[in-house]
Design a protein around this ligand. Structure first.
Ligand code: NAD
Ligand code: RM4
Length: 258
């Protein structure tokens, strides 16, 4: 059973599910036969359709829906269309995010705003839209915000990005208080360094990649599936008392200081 409401096949809405961690999460839920809204931004339909194909192969049903999570009208339409197509949302995974690595003095206000809008404002918009309907209709549910180890540590070329991840962790904590009494649990998952498109260029330099790998006690970078498993676990009824938590999934990277 994968629904906090006790349904056999939950409706899981995942933002940014065209690639990477979002896609792996869709496939994990698909193994339980879930119905999955596969959100993708303009220009990524082909990738989203590949996610839907892999979801079907894993035993679920995937519905790709285009929407830029930073756009309030698009987010409203996303949730409306998703719920019309597959029914009320049981689980929201707010995963969409960008990290255009840049030196501090090269970050202009447009880049700063773009990262804020997609990552933090996007998480706020989609969470508000989904949970407003849960509350209005008296339904329970589970929200996972994909934050980052970067909520806890800095990044020299991520000065515009790390505050958005601290913001998502904080958003989940405040919402745990607002929505907990309604039976909606809100938690953050904090990936460490996971090999995906978002950091392919940053980790392309062999010295940088091996320095990172050597610092991770488990001896390897994370895989999208490592995060998908943690997200899935937090939505289980067995995790029903976990609310307002930050779950770091980093192979031990953060604690390896000495
Ligand atoms: P990725 O680039 O493979 O995936 C990002 C996804 O977000 C893509 O599918 C993309 O289409 C989508 N997206 C981007 N802008 C969007 C928008 N405006 N509207 C809707 N969707 C949009 O990278 P990833 O590593 O899978 O990243 C997923 C999440 O995990 C991000 O929030 C990222 O910050 C977070 N994260 C990643 C790592 C890592 O090391 N890979 C570490 C910590 C946190
Ligand atoms: C994460 C973390 C990772 C980085 C990604 C892009 O939050 O900082 O190390 O590769 O962002």
């Amino acid at each position: 059973m994968n629904s906090p409401t006790g349904q056999e096949t939950a409706h899981v809405l995942i933002t940014g599910a065209a690639r990477g961690i979002g896609r792996a999460t869709a496939i994990r839920f698909a193994r339980d036969g879930a119905r999955i809204t596969i959100n993708f931004p303009p220009g990524e339909r082909e990738f989203a359709e590949e996610t839907a194909r892999q979801v079907a192969e894993a035993g679920g049903v995937g519905f790709p829906i285009e929407a830029d999570v930073a756009d309030p009208d698009a987010v409203r339409a996303l949730v409306t269309d998703a719920e019309e197509a597959v029914g009320p949302t049981d689980i929201l995974v707010s995963n969409a995010g960008i990290c255009p690595f840049a030196d501090f003095f090269e970050i202009d206000v447009e880049l700063w705003d773009r990262v804020q809008r997609v990552n933090e404002r996007g998480c706020f918009l989609v969470t508000q839209e989904v949970t407003r309907r849960m509350v209005t209709e008296g339904r329970t549910g589970s929200v996972i915000g994909i934050s980052s180890i970067s909520a806890w540590v800095g990044g020299a070329r991520q000065v515009h990005y790390t505050p958005t991840k601290a913001g998502i962790s904080s958003l989940m904590k405040s919402l745990a208080i607002v929505l907990g009494p309604k039976g909606i649990r809100c938690n953050a998952v904090l990936p460490g360094t996971i090999a995906t498109d978002i950091n392919a260029e940053d980790l392309a330099e062999p010295a940088k990649r091996s320095a990172m790998e050597n610092r991770i006690p488990l001896g390897r970078l994370g895989k999208p599936e490592d995060i998908a498993g943690a997200v899935w676990l937090l939505t289980r009824p067995e995790a029903g008392y976990v609310n307002g938590a930050e779950l770091l999934v980093d192979g031990g990277l953060f604690v390896n200081l000495q």
